[in-house]
Write a new protein. Structure first.
Length: 429
């Protein structure tokens, strides 16, 4: 027997096998006998049909049919001997050449866990925009908190900025007509919101209920090119606003009782409340920067390790994602979509997730990032610190089957964070 191995790609291989008549005759004859024993011809007992009649009726077809079974057993023996390690359910015969008394040649393709040559995954510098809480953001959050305890009174005209305007908005098309579907009705705009469109503030001054004014919305967005360069686009859209109602916002009296209520009994003064809000907002931004850093680091590592994941794995994972999406749509009574359409939309996401899964596991092995009892307790203690859950209860959960993957993921994420560099870039830069 002769064998030759071909690599189709990292996750798919092919074996070419040549069997001489001496290699396969005994097995072939046994298979032919099995087939003959199943043949029934009128006038003869089952399995007792004379050879010359079988030869006249079937020719060499029984040998060809038996050859396929010989191939199956030959391939199974190769697997048993440990020469190859195909993923279950993936081997398929792609070529079979057989003539009685001549060499039998066949090819089988099969999938394997991809062999990934690890390149750089440490000491990578990732730049991300630094996110900090500005005074304008802090003011906006305070106003939102106070708004729930504020009162409103209708006024005649827009003569101050501590006002709430209720507007009907329509987009102005190129021919001057209005598209009311590209706007909205009874939209509330607080003029002292630091993020409100400056045109709305300026052009609404002196207006009364029923009056109309126009404003421009500037849409800035960036296009990424294949060469890695970026191109910024600016598009201006014009809108018409009709003032439905003008209300003055009367903020609540700023008392210790109010601050305590707004802060879950933690703050007695406005300064303390501001500090609490700033801390919570910055914690949110820190998490966003952390997520962005890890996503960009993942992108970099994925781009440096191109390979094709096993097709069978991809299809199984993709089917799971589609099942989840179908169930999600059903629960929320969303319009139905064809499974094929959902699968097509999710294929790249599934491919990315699967490639990252294999790269991660290779790095875990390379760096010996094992899930040990010590690591389980370390993760449990960190989680307990941020959530308040008992450490022992978390240790018990993370030691079980459901918690194992989470611990493994946390260990891997901590490894990436500690072995790569996050560079914060100020927007002013």
């Amino acid at each position: 027997m002769e064998t030759k191995f071909n690599i189709i790609h990292e996750s798919e291989k092919e074996i070419e096998v040549t069997l001489t008549p001496e290699d396969y005759n005994e097995s072939l004859n046994k298979e032919v006998k099995k087939l003959e024993g199943k043949i029934e011809i009128k006038g003869f007992r089952k399995g007792k049909v004379p050879q010359q009649i079988l030869k006249r009726m079937y020719g060499d077809s029984l040998q060809y049919e038996a050859a396929e079974e010989v191939v199956q057993k030959s391939f199974a023996e190769i697997v048993k001997e440990g020469k190859i390690n195909p993923l279950p359910g993936t081997p398929r015969i792609v070529d079979l050449k057989f003539k009685p008394a001549e060499n039998l040649e066949y090819k089988v393709r099969y999938e394997v866990n991809p062999e990934i040559e690890l390149k750089q995954y440490k000491n990578i510098e990732i730049e991300i925009d630094e996110l900090t809480v500005s005074d304008a953001m802090l003011t906006e959050e305070l106003l939102k908190l106070y708004e729930g305890h504020s009162t409103r009174e209708q006024v005649e005209s827009v003569d101050a900025e501590d006002l709430m305007l209720t507007l009907d908005i329509a987009k102005i098309l190129d021919d001057g007509s209005l598209d009311h579907n590209a706007g909205g009705k009874n939209m509330e705009v607080r003029l002292n919101n630091p993020n409100v469109n400056a045109d709305i503030v300026a052009n609404s001054k002196g207006k009364k209920a029923g009056d109309v004014f126009e404003f421009t919305f500037e849409d800035r967005h960036t296009h990424d090119h294949e060469d890695g360069s970026k191109e910024e686009h600016v598009v201006n859209f014009k809108y018409q606003a009709t003032i439905v109602k003008i209300e003055k916002i009367n903020q609540p009296e700023k008392t210790e009782a109010l601050f305590m209520e707004l802060s879950n009994e933690e703050c007695k003064t406005e300064e303390e409340l501001k500090a609490k809000i700033r801390k919570e907002l910055q914690a949110y931004y820190n998490q966003r920067m952390d997520d962005l850093y890890l996503n960009k680091l993942e992108d970099k590592i994925l781009n440096d390790h191109p390979f094709t994941p096993p097709a069978s794995f991809l299809e199984r994972y993709l089917n799971r994602l589609v099942d989840e999406e179908v169930e999600y749509r059903k629960k929320r009574k969303m319009p139905e979509a064809k499974r094929t359409e959902i699968a097509e939309a999710m294929r790249s996401r599934a491919d990315r997730a699967l490639r990252w899964y294999f790269i991660r596991d290779n790095i875990v092995v390379e760096e010996n990032l094992e899930v040990t009892p010590e690591k389980v307790r370390e993760v449990a203690e960190k989680v307990a610190e941020s959530t308040g859950y008992p450490v022992d209860a978390l240790v018990q959960f993370y030691s079980g089957e459901k918690g194992y993957d989470e611990v493994k993921s946390r260990i891997f994420t901590d490894f990436l964070k500690s072995n790569n560099v996050r560079k914060l870039v100020s927007k002013a830069e």
